[in-house]
Design a protein around this ligand. Structure first.
Ligand SMILES: Cc1cc2nc3c(=O)[nH]c(=O)nc-3n(C[C@H](O)[C@H](O)[C@H](O)COP(=O)(O)O)c2cc1C
Length: 319
């Protein structure tokens, strides 16, 4: 089997953002069934937890062939843990490993992981360097335009050092760590960075429509979309069509969308079991029904149900 390559893959790249609590195997399978060319990034996975064979974390590594080429995202702060985790992922047949250097969650940055690596360029480069040497599959990094602020000298230096260390792709979210998810994503630093990198660069932040996706692409190698896909994975098909100048009509009514919603529900139950499958699906179902007539009453019924058959009947009722 040939190795996945960020350089060789068809451009522009359309990527599903890694999102903890959302981009699990069931959701990735749904997105891939709608748009096979999308590259999916997994939820962030702890190298510490993998080191200790944490059961829940190990379950997060399950995936189906249809998700390939799948990029698994790791976070941590110990190069040796990244090496160990990376080798395990490689054995599982993962296409690439992404290193999280963008997570702003207090718990994560206080233990020098995620976005904290933006403040420790030497450790960041060491992790990339050691992991890249330990595995054959490509290592990439997802980060933000700065920690407290965007610094037009520091950011290029930081990313160039990761490129030199062996990173094969960078994804940049146009916000700082301090901003977390506030304010607007600033894409200008992303376009500037593209000019100095030799490896492909994906831009990310606030893409909500196919039109915006095409506008944002400019000189970049790809775009990554996250939150706007909640309840609307069809958006990825719309963006893909627009990027390749093809006509596309997404199902609009809940009735036409129901087969995919039910399939998502089925996959969630299959991969997580009845109890956790239902719990995980509550937020997705809430997003799927957003805006429809009587949504809040339906949402309440779904949220209270612990029975998959009952939830399916509620969905059938509204379609
Ligand atoms: C619920 C949620 C979970 C996220 N989890 C991760 C994660 O695990 N790893 C990561 O790199 N970014 C994570 N992000 C950030 C997204 O990947 C993305 O960078 C951000 O949402 C901006 O893109 P968007 O405006 O298209 O959503 C998360 C975002 C959200 C909303």
């Amino acid at each position: 089997m040939s190795t996945f390559s960020w350089e060789k893959i068809k451009k522009p790249i359309l990527a599903l953002a890694p999102m903890a609590g959302y981009t699990d195997s069931a959701y990735r399978q749904v997105v891939k069934s709608l748009v096979p060319e999308v590259i999916c990034f997994s939820e962030l996975t702890s190298t510490n937890a993998m080191k200790h064979d944490n059961e829940k974390t190990m379950q997060m590594l399950n995936f189906e062939k249809s998700e390939s080429p799948l990029i698994m995202q790791l976070f941590g702060n110990k190069p040796e843990f990244f090496i160990e985790a990376g080798k395990r992922l490689e054995q599982l047949g993962i296409a690439g490993i992404d290193i999280n250097m963008g997570c702003p969650a207090r718990k994560v940055i206080h233990s020098q992981q995620g976005s904290a690596l933006l403040k420790d360029p030497d450790l960041a480069a060491e992790i990339v360097n050691k992991l890249s040497k330990a595995v054959k599959i490509p290592v990439s990094v997802k980060t933000r335009i700065g920690y407290n602020c965007y610094d037009e000298e520091e950011l290029p230096k930081f990313l160039k050092s990761l490129e030199t260390a062996g990173a094969k792709l960078i994804t940049l979210h146009g916000r700082t760590t301090k901003q977390s998810f506030l304010g607007k994503a600033d894409w200008e630093p992303i376009y500037k960075i593209k000019k100095i990198l030799n490896i492909p660069l994906i831009g990310n932040g606030d893409i909500t429509t196919a039109e915006i996706a095409v506008e944002r692409l400019k000189n970049l190698d790809g775009i990554m979309v996250g939150r706007a896909t909640f309840g609307n994975p069809w958006l990825m098909a719309e963006i893909s069509a627009k990027l390749t100048k093809q006509k596309h009509n997404s199902p609009q009514s809940i009735k036409d969308r129901l087969p995919i919603i039910k399939e998502h529900f089925r996959l969630s139950l299959k991969t997580k079991g009845e109890k956790y499958g239902i719990l995980e699906m509550r937020k997705h179902l809430g997003s799927y029904i957003k805006g429809i007539e009587g949504a809040s009453a339906i949402r309440q019924r779904i949220m209270q149900s612990e029975d998959s058959q009952e939830i399916l009947s509620i969905l059938e009722e509204i379609a």
